[in-house]
Design a protein around this ligand. Structure first.
Ligand code: HEC
Ligand code: HEC
Ligand code: HEC
Ligand code: HEC
Length: 343
């Protein structure tokens, strides 16, 4: 019998060459930063070359010159300023310059304002911006201690010089179902970039970041005893969200979990608690601030199901464990965007 040796060798070489290309391997050496107890492997693993490249690509606009107070409250000078009326007029004007640079640098003041009258509310963008001001204040003061501080959040954290932030989501109806024996995709089985190019459910967001859906899926007792109520689909949705969270933060699962027991909080590092508050915060952003704007946004700004484009972890984090790699832009706008008063 003849053994096709060359065939085997050729096959082996082909596999050796294509496997690394298919899997997104990164060459060592890697950096590790410990986040949990020593020896438990709970750490942030990062590729220093990639981080340097990504961090260098992040542009941080310079803060506007500090305003010299005018002594007049904005509400005494201007007509229609229910949200920012308490600011000094000079601070108010300075903030208008800043939000123009953060959100609509090319379009200018006219992106939100009508040319004739700055007090007009005719453009939908101004109504959205007013709500976004309230939202940003809430993020900084209500969620500051448990999540966003000390780095803090400004419009730029999400917008980065564009009217529509780059990383947003809306309810994804997916492709039409197959016919025949594999009739239903059950919202999955398509490699999706939202969930790390796996074929896990491609829209974990509608339920888990838009409706406070249930993320915990592990049973808490050995036998079912009624506590184990999660289906395989629920579990897959949880894993899909976890893929998104890892990808958004540029972090491994072990940044937030002890891999011998993913569910146990007592073995998890503090970063997981921050992430838990992050999930609650994102649900509030979407439900309280963004979804109700559906009647204000024009149709061309909405997703295929007619809902407004919403926020997930990537909207702020964009691949970094701290948005903008921890650059603190809020410090120059504390009175404007972190005042205790917000709704
Ligand atoms: C991204 C949207 C946006 C941009 C861009 C913008 N503004 Fe505004 N502006 C607002 C909002 C929202 C208010 C109302 C604030 C409130 O409700 O307290 C406002 C209010 C004002 C007012 C008060 C008018 C009045 O009498 O009620 C002035 C003046 C103003 N803006 C000037 C400017 C200038 C000048 C620029 C460009 C440098 C600018 N704005 C860019 C959103 C914007
Ligand atoms: C947490 C992320 C986040 C922050 C912070 C944020 N925004 Fe937004 N913004 C969004 C999302 C998401 C949309 C929805 C995009 C869509 O549907 O077009 C949006 C839309 C807008 C729009 C409408 C743009 C358009 O062309 O339709 C304006 C104007 C705007 N934001 C202004 C602001 C201002 C001003 C601030 C700061 C006070 C701010 N945003 C802070 C996430 C954010
Ligand atoms: C940024 C932090 C973070 C990262 C990264 C992360 N997780 Fe999670 N994970 C959490 C938090 C927070 C919860 C709990 C959510 C809750 O209880 O509402 C959780 C819950 C889970 C659960 C459910 C536990 C239960 O109680 O049933 C599983 C399973 C899980 N994660 C697996 C993973 C896997 C696998 C990865 C990597 C792909 C990962 N996680 C990455 C923070 C994280
Ligand atoms: C509105 C913007 C925003 C959104 C949306 C957001 N975060 Fe954050 N997050 C921040 C800021 C700002 C920090 C930095 C806090 C600091 O300076 O320590 C942060 C920090 C964190 C940290 C701690 C990182 C570290 O190195 O200490 C974790 C973990 C985290 N976020 C998880 C999440 C998860 C998971 C989501 C999505 C469910 C999320 N975040 C959504 C703004 C955001």
């Amino acid at each position: 019998m003849r053994i096709p040796v060359y065939g085997y060798i050729l096959g082996a070489v082909t596999i050796m060459l294509t496997v690394p290309m298919m899997m997104t391997w990164e060459a060592p050496p890697m950096d590790t930063a410990q986040v949990g107890y020593r020896g438990t492997g709970m750490e942030l693993i990062s590729n220093p070359r990639l981080v340097a490249k990504n961090a260098a690509a992040v542009e941080i606009p310079e803060a506007q010159e500090p305003a010299e107070k005018s002594g007049d409250k904005a509400s005494d000078v201007y007509e229609n300023v229910p949200v920012l009326g308490d600011l000094d007029q000079a601070e108010f004007d300075r903030l208008m310059l800043a939000i123009t640079e953060w959100v609509s640098p090319e379009e200018g003041c006219g992106y939100c304002h009508s040319d004739e009258n700055l007090a007009d509310d005719t453009k939908y963008t101004k109504i959205v911006a007013r709500r976004m001001l309230q939202m940003t204040k809430t993020i900084n003061n209500q969620w500051g201690e448990v999540h966003a501080q000390p780095t803090g959040v400004t419009c730029y954290t999400c917008h980065r010089g564009q009217p529509v932030p780059q990383n947003v989501w809306s309810t994804n109806p997916g492709l039409p179902e197959y016919g025949g024996i594999a009739a239903s995709r059950m919202g999955q089985n398509l490699a999706s970039k939202e969930v790390g190019t796996t074929s896990l459910p491609y829209d974990p967001f509608t339920e888990l970041l838009g409706k406070d859906g249930k993320i915990r899926v592990a049973a808490t007792t050995v036998l079912p005893e009624g506590t184990m109520t999660s289906s395989i689909q629920d579990t897959e949705k949880t894993y899909a969200l976890m893929m998104h969270m890892s990808q958004s933060l540029g972090a491994n699962c072990t940044f937030c979990h002890n891999s011998r027991n993913f569910a146990d909080w007592s073995q998890s590092p503090a970063t997981r608690v921050k992430a838990w508050h992050g999930i609650k915060m994102v649900n509030q952003i979407n439900q309280t601030y963004i979804d109700p704007l559906a009647s204000v946004f024009p149709d061309n700004r909405k997703g295929p199901e007619g809902d407004v484009l919403k926020v997930n972890c990537a909207t702020c984090h964009a691949g970094a464990n701290k948005p903008l790699y921890g650059a603190n832009m809020l410090k120059d706008y504390v009175t404007e965007l972190n005042a205790a008063k917000s709704q």
